[in-house]
Design a protein. Structure first.
Length: 122
């Protein structure tokens, strides 16, 4: 396998690999990591330069605030964000940003590991 195309976003100690982008197997992307992505369903082997992202992501770098309600709903669905009973643009935007912030904080905690915060069992 010389290249893989990512089906989802993957981030970790080896870097960030973006959905829809094709990466060569080499120094940055080891054959082992490429195989893990493919075996896990996160990527497909192939030499395509780029695959089209899902419709919810075709707005590219368009800020969330500038997207329509329909685009925000599609974005939330693609990111598996529960909008609850949000129906107005401001409510939907708030639900999305709150969840993204929560996920980022959770990811930060996982990266930092349990540093012995003095809590129970410390």
């Amino acid at each position: 396998m010389q290249k893989i195309t990512m089906k989802t976003l993957a981030a970790g100690p080896h870097g960030t690999f973006e959905e829809g982008r094709t990466y060569p197997v080499g120094p940055r992307l080891s054959p082992e990591l490429a195989a893990q992505f493919v075996d896990g369903g996160y990527a497909v082997p192939g030499d395509d330069e780029t695959v089209a992202p899902p419709a919810a992501e075709q707005d590219g770098d368009k800020p969330l605030e500038k997207r329509t309600v329909e685009q925000l709903r599609a974005y939330a669905a693609a990111k598996e964000i529960d909008l609850g009973d949000a129906s107005k643009k401001a409510e939907i935007l708030d639900a999305i940003t709150t969840e993204l912030e929560r996920r980022e904080a959770e990811a930060d905690d996982e990266r930092d590991g349990d540093q012995g915060d003095g809590g129970p069992g410390a």
